[in-house]
Design a binder for this molecule. Structure first.
Ligand code: TEU
Ligand code: CA
Length: 536
């Protein structure tokens, strides 16, 4: 369960490769982040989540760590990072790091040792078998690869260069706990834990997510590392049910502050067919999922509120409209951030940055490139593959941050490692900060209001207009305050009786209200009132 500062915090995710390049090698880095701390403070951010900057051959952009203690020179030095932690604290913000514990890089010394022979002391740090089963990798193909030297297969749920760790090995676990404590002792404020729902897996009985040993290991890790520390821990748990998410974050044992649960993320996918088989989002599905999340977390645990991250397409392109970028982006964040939970902003969302239609040769993401090869081999025509990639490729959210309209969007004076979205001339932080009616100032105000109104943190959630597949609306209520959020999820004007709320204060809206019987396209309205106990 989360301490109060966590319940009141807003987290900003930085994908270091694409945030800000301070030495013009075309790659974002730690000193580049330090330069932008005032920008984040100004936006109203409390916590920075830093995606991995550890030593890595970057097969999966850093989620393949070859040394947990060292910083990848492409991002800078350990001193740079310690300085960033200090400077972040000086500016009244906190910093959490990304912890990838389900697997390491195959260039980690543990795996290099493990491969040497079947009786190498590190062999059992990984998962080996003579007879691989049919589990497939998230990045296409089998999850097993044969090691030529020893003739056995090793298990890797992600790329071949990301062998899974065998968490049932207690020596391994304690080496990891030592590493975690060493980073916490350096003064960071917590962790985002990568696919942590997988560490309790039983591969041979094909029980991967939320496996038989998950709770045991989370309890042990909490005991060994997190207990008694005032830190934020958020577990990424793609395969975990909502009920389990609430249970693992419940007050009593506080194993994690919160988790990333993904029920709302796969609603534009054909059920059971994976992320590349698309279907239009039905707002009723989204309303059903958010209603359940609010109801479950009201009883137990604490949740996270996010539309996007470095694995998901950008929200305005996926759920909104690029042509109505400002209105749809502000509507989406109003709908999400007045719910109960800790908000997460992925870099560029505060500017309404959009996805980008990469040419085939421009893709960088291993998941996208592997999918292309696999789909082609399955005879899917290139146009359909490209359509899926344009919609769902992770590269959509990995284009460089758009700071201004100068060369490379002010991200770098070198050659960026990935394509800069050409719409940076219009969409950039400099323009947004000038535009009082833009996304940046709207989100800044929204975050401010969110902090001022206790009802956002504690209020009971009641869905409104439940049968509407065009309007997402709800009420939050405590004994003292009532807040009503009304969002038109479509780009059409809709008839809607707003006169009900005449006695309320208009707290926030993303465009003028034309009359009290109409919602304009993508209109978002927040009404508020204090409940006067006197004259009920
Ligand atoms: O992501 C896990 C995960 O859920 C993703 O694989 C996701 O489902 C998929 O990519 C969506 O397309 C975490 C990290 O966030 C991701 O960047 C890493 O690639 C992955 O783990 C392996 O570390
Ligand atoms: Ca750089």
């Amino acid at each position: 369960m989360a301490n109060d500062w966590i319940k009141e915090s807003v987290v900003y995710q930085i994908y270091p490769l694409s945030f800000n390049d301070s030495n013009d090698d075309g790659i974002g880095d730690i000193n580049g982040i330090k330069e932008k701390l005032p920008y984040l403070k100004n936006l109203g951010i409390d916590v920075i989540w830093l995606s991995p900057v550890y030593q890595s051959p970057m097969d999966d952009n850093g989620y393949d760590i070859s040394n947990y203690y060292e910083i990848n020179p492409m991002f800078g030095t350990k001193e740079d990072l310690i300085d960033l932690i200090k400077e972040t604290h000086n500016q009244g913000m906190k910093l959490i790091m990304d912890l990838v514990l389900n697997h390491t890089s195959d260039e980690h010394v543990w795996f290099k040792e493990a491969k040497k022979s079947k009786d190498n002391p590190y062999r059992d740090y990984y998962i080996w078998s003579d007879t691989p089963n049919d589990i497939t990798s998230v990045f296409s193909g089998s999850a097993w690869t044969k090691d030529i030297l020893t003739g056995q297969y090793y298990f890797h749920l992600f790329s071949k260069k990301q062998p899974d760790l065998n968490w049932q090995n207690s020596a391994l676990r304690h080496e990891i706990y030592q590493m975690i404590n060493d980073w916490l002792d350096l003064g960071i404020d917590g962790f985002r834990l990568d696919v942590i729902d997988l560490i309790g897996k039983d591969v041979f009985n094909k029980k991967l997510s939320d496996g038989p040993y998950l709770e045991t290991f989370l309890k042990e890790m909490h005991e060994a590392c997190f207990k008694g520390r005032d830190i934020l821990t958020v577990g990424e748990m793609p395969g975990l049910s909502l009920e389990r998410a609430a249970y693992l974050t419940k007050e009593e044992d506080h194993l994690l502050s919160m988790v990333f649960q993904f029920d709302h993320i796969s609603l534009d996918e054909q059920p059971g067919k994976g992320k590349w088989e698309l279907k239009p989002l039905d707002l009723l599905d989204l309303k059903r999922v958010f209603k359940r999340q609010q109801e479950v977390y009201e009883k137990q645990g604490w949740g996270s509120l996010f539309w996007s991250n470095h694995d998901q397409p950008r929200a305005v392109s996926r759920y909104g409209s690029v042509n109505q970028r400002v209105l749809s982006s502000t509507m989406l964040h109003t709908l999400l951030f007045f719910q109960r939970g800790t908000p997460y902003i992925y870099q560029g969302e505060e500017l309404g940055m959009t996805g980008y239609r990469f040419k085939l040769e421009e893709f960088k993401d291993i998941e996208s490139i592997n999918y292309y090869k696999e789909a082609l081999a399955l005879g899917i025509n290139e146009a359909d593959i490209l359509k899926s990639l344009h919609q769902k490729s992770r590269d959509n959210s990995r284009t460089p941050m758009q700071w201004d309209d100068t060369k490379n969007a002010g991200f770098s004076n070198g050659t960026p490692w990935i394509k800069v979205n050409p719409n940076y001339k219009e969409i950039n932080a400099a323009n947004e900060q000038q535009d009082k009616n833009g996304v940046y100032h709207y989100i800044k105000k929204l975050l401010q209001l969110r902090k001022e109104k206790n009802v956002v943190k504690e209020g009971h959630f009641t869905p409104l207009d439940e049968t509407s597949s065009q309007i997402f609306s709800y009420q939050r209520k405590t004994s003292n305050e009532t807040l009503v959020v009304i969002c038109n999820f479509t780009n059409e004007a809709l008839t809607y009786d707003l006169s009900t709320y005449q006695s309320y204060e208009l707290l926030l809206t993303n465009q003028p209200i034309t009359n009290d019987h109409c919602l304009s396209p993508y209109q978002a309205i927040v009404y508020y009132k204090e409940n006067n106990h006197g004259n009920h």
